[in-house]
Write a protein that binds this ligand. Structure first.
Ligand SMILES: NC(=O)c1ccc[n+]([C@@H]2O[C@H](COP(=O)([O-])OP(=O)(O)OC[C@H]3O[C@@H](n4cnc5c(N)ncnc54)[C@H](OP(=O)(O)O)[C@@H]3O)[C@@H](O)[C@H]2O)c1
Length: 317
């Protein structure tokens, strides 16, 4: 390709063409699915800071239904996608117990679709999974090689999704996360703030232990993994990511109310038995994060700090 002619106007045009050409060589195309959800929205929010390296294509079910293999394949081809970040999922944990087929269609079959389309087009997948693949009987943080034993339809469908994805596309990174919240969407933090303002008392489960995850932190971690993959190499496998620390839903609620300045609501601790739900949750789902930290050179904020940041943002909206 000739870029310089000696003619000033033509040279300027050629220079622009050259820059676009080089930019496109450097920039990698990223497909984000389920982009209107909590995690997808957080990735969208920080994507502008990474436009030198990555061109993002944000899609949710209206633009790209991941249960449609042909549509995914076409999208990847047409847009020369190098990485897929799958934020799409069926996440209504209790509803899933009755809505089994749709839950499996999205969490298992669609994950397989992404794997097939990625392999066909030489793309790589970063997929998000859950602490609900564990049964919660452990008494120390779960490592990625610990036995899985999901207790709910949601957990089972997510585990099947991990397995189907890896079979279809061994070049996949799977990140198991937990207790996700964000300024976007509906989540525990927003619900506790709302109820804390409306009610005098609130009963919250104190015998389920885990770690919250600010979706903004997970979004940053995923971008860092992309940066790492471009600078070094893509290292497939299963990884854990949550914020640092350990808490219960009860203590989490106390922290939410403290940060949100809610003093008029008394929070009572109750047991899981006193608050029956359709789906069984793990009693203990703290995730050990040494692998993701050392592989990708990540540091992870403590849950209290990340909660504080989210609540400040929520209060300023
Ligand atoms: N939320 C948690 O506490 C939690 C905990 C552990 C792990 N995770 C995992 O973390 C990931 C992100 O969770 P999140 O909380 O950000 O989820 P979310 O807010 O529920 O977002 C999921 C998005 O996927 C979309 N979607 C559903 N079906 C789709 C389809 N067929 N094609 C394309 N998009 C589709 C949803 O659209 P609709 O809203 O229209 O259905 C929604 O916008 C998921 O893999 C989830 O399993 C979440």
């Amino acid at each position: 390709m000739a870029f310089f002619s000696g003619n000033k106007q033509a040279d300027d045009q050629d220079e622009t063409a050259k820059n676009i050409f080089l930019f496109e060589l450097v920039q990698k195309n990223i497909l984000v699915t389920g982009a209107n959800g909590q995690l997808g929205s957080e990735i969208r929010r920080i994507s502008a800071n990474h436009e030198n390296n990555f061109k993002f294509f944000f899609t949710d079910v209206a633009e790209l239904d991941i249960t449609d293999l042909q549509a995914i394949d076409r999208f990847i081809k047409e847009n020369n996608i190098k990485y897929i970040i799958n934020c799409a999922a069926y996440t209504a944990v209790d509803k899933a117990e009755d809505d089994v087929d749709l839950c499996y269609k999205i969490n298992r079959d669609a994950a397989k679709n992404l794997g097939i389309a990625a392999t066909n087009n030489n793309a790589k997948v970063i997929h998000v999974s859950t602490d609900y693949v564990y049964d919660g009987t452990a008494n120390k943080p779960y490592v990625e090689t610990d036995a899985v034993n999901p207790q709910s339809i949601y957990g089972k469908s997510k585990l099947d999704g991990e397995n189907e994805l890896t079979k279809a596309c061994p070049e996949s990174i799977i990140i198991r996360t937990a207790w996700l919240y964000s300024i976007y969407g509906n989540n525990f933090v927003k619900t506790m703030i709302k109820l804390g303002k409306e009610r005098d008392t609130l009963n919250v489960i104190a015998d389920q232990t885990g770690t919250p995850t600010n979706a903004a932190d997970l979004a940053q971690a995923i971008i860092k993994i992309l940066d790492f993959s471009e600078a070094n190499k893509f290292i497939p496998g299963i990884y854990h990511y949550s914020n640092e620390g350990i808490t219960t839903w009860y203590d989490f609620t106390l922290a939410i109310h403290k940060d949100a300045g809610i003093t008029s609501c008394k929070v009572n601790s109750i047991t899981t038995d006193q608050y029956p739900t359709k789906a069984t949750r793990p009693k203990y789902s703290v995730l050990e994060k040494a692998k993701i930290k050392s592989t990708f050179n990540l540091s992870i904020p403590k849950w209290e700090e990340s909660l504080n940041i989210c609540i400040k943002e929520l209060l300023s909206i």
